[in-house]
Design a protein around this ligand. Structure first.
Ligand code: GDP
Ligand code: MG
Length: 437
């Protein structure tokens, strides 16, 4: 199972404070395997993982809060980009707008014609007409009439006419005469690509110059879908792809391969036999689907939360018992430093920004703080109240700092412990988590 594999892949990243070359490589190996399982072409999968690897290593991930999630994001963003970025609509500017369906037999043309008609009809401003141009099987015409009946959309057909080009033209004329502003032309397919079918569909295409030529393909056919797409695109230079039968277990890797090979947007997906099982294609959602990312993201988050909560709980206990000492202070500051800008972070918590205004941690100051704390005895670290003038002098000497700096640090320490106490309620938990993340 794909999401299990990715879980495993991302498991490598859990608990690591950083993304290293080794766990990036390991993770991406699993991602690649996942893509191959989802029917993505081998070459495309390889290129993809190379790109992500470069990006992961190029990013300053060492300082990020949650490297695992960053990795997930990188993979997802790249996958989304590969599938076209944003959702693309269809051209409805004509009056009527003519939409031509193409694709193999059984790909779902007739079903999708109905779904699209229903989808557009629901937009209120559209009055679609379905045109039956599959002249080879009488049942095909019946099927379109059944579909039209279900969704309340008129169907144009003529059982005495067996010329698909003439039928398409007659259908468009019928639409014009009857105030239909969208014409959806359902055509015949074959079980495999053959010259007769290609000639027929390209003749219709030439004769009616549609606003949109859509290529309908069964997502379950995997790699074959890519070859078919290429054959149709070579002849029709179509405008968009409809990926059907994405319900059930189909992973939709065909979406990536098709987009990469013909470079045409996927516009809609079919997710069932019923007329409302149609969705606008969203590359980012498909990326989620292909990677089973919904699961992966929550898994990574849960792992992170557990870790954070454990740390936060320890810390809260200490604060409650007034045991918050310099060792904790040091580790908190280390966490904060790792997270980057303190001010950004504090901005998330109402009222907290002011409390920490003075705790500005630049690298030099941090080195001094570290030196000072390291020069303290364990007793002084856990019970800072014992720090008298003599002790301070000793620590200043040992750490190469001044009593003044130690006093400054004590002030910061007191501020932080005060803040910790203050935030033990609602917002505090989040803060703790962030600090110990
Ligand atoms: P055509 O030959 O290209 O016109 O294909 P049809 O529209 O007749 O569809 C072929 C079969 O696939 C029919 O049994 C449809 O009910 C089914 N079908 C079409 N689209 C979908 C879909 O998105 N999901 C599922 N599960 N079945 C579909
Ligand atoms: Mg059909």
């Amino acid at each position: 199972n794909l999401s299990e594999k990715l879980d495993k892949a991302l498991h490598v990243l859990k608990g690591h404070g950083q993304i290293t070359e080794i766990n990036v490589a390991e993770t991406l190996k699993e991602v690649r395997r996942a893509l191959l399982d989802a029917d993505v072409n081998f070459k495309i999968a390889k290129e993809f993982t190379n790109t992500v690897k470069e990006k992961a290593l190029g990013q300053n991930v060492l300082t990020t809060l949650q490297p695992g999630q960053l990795m997930v994001k990188l993979v997802k963003d790249e996958l989304t980009e590969l599938m076209g970025g944003d959702a693309e609509g269809i051209d409805l500017s004509g009056n009527p707008s003519v939409i031509l369906m193409s694709g193999l037999q059984g790909s779902g043309k007739t079903t999708f014609s109905g779904k699209l008609a229903s989808f557009l009809k629901n937009k209120k401003t559209k009055k679609p007409l379905l045109v039956a141009c599959d002249v080879y099987r009488p049942a095909a015409i019946d099927q379109l009439h059944v579909v039209g009946g279900q969704i309340g959309v008129e169907v144009y057909s003529d059982r005495d006419n067996n010329d698909p080009v003439a039928l398409a033209k007659a259908g468009i004329a019928h639409a014009r005469a009857n105030g239909h502003n969208v014409v959806i032309i359902d055509t015949a397919g074959r079980l495999a690509v053959d010259e007769e079918m290609m000639t027929e569909i390209s003749n219709i295409h030439k004769a009616i110059t549609p606003h949109e030529t859509l290529f309908v393909v069964d997502a379950m056919t995997g790699q074959d879908a890519v070859n078919t797409a290429k054959a149709f695109n070579d002849r029709l230079d179509f405008d968009g792809v409809i990926l059907t039968k994405l319900d059930g277990d189909t992973r939709g890797g065909a979406a990536i391969s098709i987009k990469s090979v013909v470079n045409k947007p996927i516009k809609f997906i079919g997710t069932g036999e019923k007329m409302d099982a149609i969705d606008v294609f969203h590359p980012s959602r498909m990326a989620d689907r292909i990677l089973g990312m919904g699961d992966v993201v929550s898994l990574v988050e849960r792992a992170q939360e557990q870790y954070d909560e454990e740390e936060a709980r320890k810390l809260q206990k200490k604060i409650a018992k007034n045991q918050f000492g310099f060792d904790d202070f040091l580790s908190q500051i280390q966490q904060i430093k790792k997270m980057g800008s303190m001010k950004d972070l504090m901005g998330m918590i109402p009222g907290a920004g002011k409390a920490l205004k003075d705790v500005d941690i630049d690298d030099d100051a941090f080195k001094h703080i570290e030196a000072i704390i390291h020069s303290m005895t364990p007793e002084e670290r856990s019970t800072p109240s014992v720090l008298n003038a003599t002790r301070k002098k000793r620590i200043a000497k040992g750490s190469g700092t001044s009593v003044q700096e130690i006093n400054q640090l004590l002030k910061q320490f007191n501020q932080m412990s005060k803040m910790m106490k203050m935030m033990q309620g609602g917002g505090g938990r989040k803060m703790m988590q962030m600090m110990s993340g």
